[in-house]
Design a protein around this ligand. Structure first.
Ligand SMILES: [Zn+2]
Length: 266
């Protein structure tokens, strides 16, 4: 049963050295869609522009498709900043991708996984980070999935009630935009089970459903083979507990796939 496109990162991302071929070797029948990082002016890389080598990426996909006889798709994780918006749009215009994750990693000065975050008031970090996601969603940058809504909160310890108190209004705005744009909401299993934010996701699913949201995707945010599709069974169970029985898979077009039996339902 092939339910998911777990969107790992490979050698074509600045922060991974895992050869794309290794994911295929280990999962020869899975429709691996690697989502490579696109981050301009990246604080964790000395403010360099991290752009995938598109030509080489496409060549590698072609080679692997032939070798494994599976259809492979091109994926990207777009690290949004307002300052880089024009560059991002120009890049995506020239380099088409089948699956585009929209993400916020930084605010122009620091990446939210850097220690600086711990010196700032928690409420301030939360409100700033969610506002940056809103800015990304309000921008004309094209996307299919909102990735890890809690990336900026991974270093913090927050209960759902605290998150609601600090930035409930912004969560609602974020979810309204996800629905309006028809994006899928990603359950990021690294955030949920490695960084311990599963309770935040649990509450977010309830909130998203109340907004009328219905598109979900599950991503493991793996940077090496060992993390590929990690904890997907747990994320699937969580969705089923909420009465969600399908996820959205992005291949040639978005398709709805049953979480119960893997059948395409639309
Ligand atoms: Zn990311």
């Amino acid at each position: 049963m092939t339910l998911f496109t777990p969107s790992p990162h490979s050698e074509f991302s600045f922060d991974s050295t895992e050869p794309l071929s290794r994911y295929l070797q280990a999962h020869p029948n899975a429709p691996v869609v690697a989502t490579e990082q696109l981050d301009f002016h990246n604080p964790v890389a000395h403010f360099h522009n991290n752009v995938p080598n598109y030509a080489k990426y496409c060549r590698t996909l072609t080679t692997l498709q032939k070798r494994y006889g599976v259809r492979l798709y091109r994926g990207v994780e777009i690290g949004y900043t307002a300052a880089a918006e024009a560059k991002i749009i120009a890049y995506l215009d020239r380099h088409p991708f089948d699956l585009r994750l929209l993400a916020v990693h930084q605010n122009g000065q620091f990446d939210f996984t850097q220690r600086t975050v711990l010196q700032l008031p928690v409420a301030e970090v939360v409100r700033e980070y969610l506002q940056l996601i809103i800015d990304a969603l309000e921008s004309p940058v094209p996307a299919d999935v909102l990735a890890h809504f809690d990336y900026g909160l991974r270093q913090l310890t927050l209960t759902p009630a605290e998150l609601d108190r600090y930035a409930g209004d912004r969560l609602d705005r974020m979810l309204a935009l996800v629905c309006q744009r028809g994006l899928a909401l990603e359950l990021n299993t690294k955030s949920m089970y490695h960084y311990g934010n599963v309770a935040l996701y649990d509450a977010l699913i309830t909130r998203y459903l109340a907004h009328g949201g219905h598109r979900f995707s599950i991503g493991s945010d793996a940077h090496q083979l060992s993390g590929y599709a990690s904890q997907f069974a747990a994320a699937r169970r969580l969705l089923l507990q909420h009465g969600v029985t399908t996820i959205t898979r992005f291949t040639d077009h978005p398709e709805t796939v049953s979480l119960v039996n893997g059948a395409r339902t639309a």
